[in-house]
Design a protein. Structure first.
Length: 301
């Protein structure tokens, strides 16, 4: 077998592994969401964020030891670093607030509009070009979000608005992650986790519920599962082109519908399914139009 054939086969296996890592990472996020919704019925968003952040730091510890303390404090563009941590923390808190009152599929539909928001602001904040086809996709995506909200049907709720706020925070966090390309992933995730831990420590005492052993294990598992998902997704975009693996994030919606139905008995509304389909199609148009150029894929929370 020629060297060229061997290289081609190796590249193909790397892409295949990247696709698997993205699927697995998204599945882990779906499991995290189901557990989060279950726990949100008993515990406040602040308490959930506090315990999961402590557990996540334990998972991060071996990676942080590799780079050492200087890597954590010598940060590029400190102002953007702080802003990104604030956005990431707000996104997590909003997410756990929203899933307490809304079906998983509804919350996930709003969050999957994130790439559309990123594309909409990228010409001004990232200096990236957006084609006419992509602007059309952005407009279609916004229409899908409005359709899911149904503002004229008397169904616009505070929880829906919180989901929208969370998805906007997520989108801006992605934008600022692109502005911080020179910062290692583990450093970004570390400060993101520390920020969530600090806010959780402030909010948790106001509505603290003493967890039993099973609940405590589940709360800690949230941090371990979400951190594993983050690491899988970060690895996937290093093994395969982002344009190949980015569309896989929409599998989260399928998991949300399936788990929401099986675990919580949530039957998706027809308007949600139609709006979600519109958002997914628009998102795929945006991702396809961007190709490999400046593509970034991140975990949701």
């Amino acid at each position: 077998m020629s060297a060229k054939s061997l290289a081609h086969r190796a590249a193909g296996s790397t892409v295949g592994l990247g696709i698997f890592m993205m699927f697995f990472g998204d599945f882990m996020f779906a499991v995290n969401d189901v557990m989060g919704k279950w726990l949100a019925g008993t515990f406040s968003a602040g308490q959930i964020v506090l315990v999961r952040s402590l557990a996540a730091l334990l998972v991060l510890a071996p990676l942080l030891l590799k780079g050492g303390a200087p890597e954590l404090v010598r940060l590029e563009r400190p102002g953007i670093q702080v802003s990104r941590v604030a956005l990431a923390t707000a996104e997590i808190v909003f997410f756990y607030m929203a899933i307490r009152f809304l079906p998983l599929a509804d919350v996930m539909t709003f969050y999957l509009a994130g790439p559309i928001y990123v594309a909409a602001v990228s010409p001004w904040l990232l200096g990236e070009q957006v084609s006419k086809r992509q602007w059309l996709a952005i407009a279609i995506g916004f229409a899908g979000v409005i359709f899911v909200l149904r503002p004229g049907a008397g169904s616009l709720s505070l929880a829906s608005l919180i989901s929208i706020a969370g998805s906007l925070c997520y989108a801006m966090m992605v934008v600022q992650s692109r502005q911080l390309r020179g910062t290692p992933d583990r450093v970004l995730v570390f400060w993101q986790t520390v920020g969530a831990l600090a806010v959780g420590a402030v909010l948790a005492p106001f509505d603290w519920v003493m967890p039993n052993l099973v609940d405590l294990v589940m709360l800690a598992a949230l941090g371990i599962i979400s951190m594993t998902a983050h690491l899988c997704i970060a690895r996937s975009v290093k093994l395969a082109p982002a344009a190949v693996v980015a569309p896989i994030q929409y599998s989260l919606l399928l998991w949300a519908i399936l788990f929401g139905w099986l675990v919580f008995g949530d039957r998706p509304r027809p308007s949600m399914l139609v709006g979600a389909a519109v958002i997914v199609i628009a998102g795929l148009m945006v991702v396809g139009g961007r190709g490999n150029r400046n593509a970034t894929t991140e975990g949701r929370d």
